[in-house]
Design a protein around this ligand. Sequence first.
Ligand code: NAP
Length: 277
Amino acid sequence: MKILDGRIARASLMKGLAARFAALAARGAPASLAIVQVGARPDSTAYVNAKKRFGTEAGAAVKHILLPEGVGEAELVAEIRALDADPAVGGVIVQLPLPDGLKSRQAAILAAVSPAKDVDAITGANELRPATARGVGELLDFYGIGLAGKKACVIGRSALVGAPTAELCRERGASVTVCHSKTADLAKETAAADVIIVAAGKPGLVGAAHVRPGQTVVDIGISREGDALVGDVDAAAAAPILGPDGALSPVPGGVGPMTVLALFENLADLCENNHHE
Ligand code: NAP
């Protein structure tokens, strides 16, 4: 079975990205990403730190704005607008999830990011693909796995992860089935697919009953079990069935690293678009 190793793929693609950031800096327009975090959830802080580390290594500045859990909507929106209007800032991210008190206002808060700075493609109003879907596409490219003429089963339909990943598969010429919490017989749907992509956040959702030899399985899910990060695939059960012609992305070390890479590729795209000279 082929391991779709996101750390190896990312290390290989890093050089091209670093060259793009170096070229922007040489033109007097260094790339800079602003990440607004509200409250200090440890998992969010870990994601922000991963972005900071990667961005710094790639040659983009990352500014982390940490606001207190109890910040009001008006103050948060004012902070986002100020960053958005700053010509030195190339992209703005609001780290999700927001604290419970602001969750019902999420759409209005995110709307404060303009399409030109929307590196997460959360407004749906620019040309970018959300980072996770872009990262999945690049992981498949790196390992030479095409989608044209294949049957793809995408589990999960969220606006930021499942839906754009299904769209990527469609654009690449796959026949796509989207599954979700109401799907009646998940194993029947996955068994019919050549490529299974799962983004449900349910550890062990895809197990021995869901796979057959030769399939490609991409595991987007990330959940915490004790100190360990686990995906949605029971890899110990699935791997022996997938067999020598199959492929599986591990968690951690599969889609996660590619998502961070893709986020900064989105930033490079925005900075290049916003600085034409
Ligand atoms: P989400 O908004 O909670 O969406 C989960 C989706 O999974 C929903 O569409 C839901 O169906 C579906 N689902 C839930 N239980 C299911 C079940 N038993 N059978 C089939 N489908 C089921 O989560 P998300 O933001 O899309 O994230 C999904 C996972 O990806 C999470 O674990 C998250 O941590 C991870 N993630 C990873 C990366 C990365 O870089 N690797 C990036 C982003 C997210 P309904 O629509 O019917 O509710």
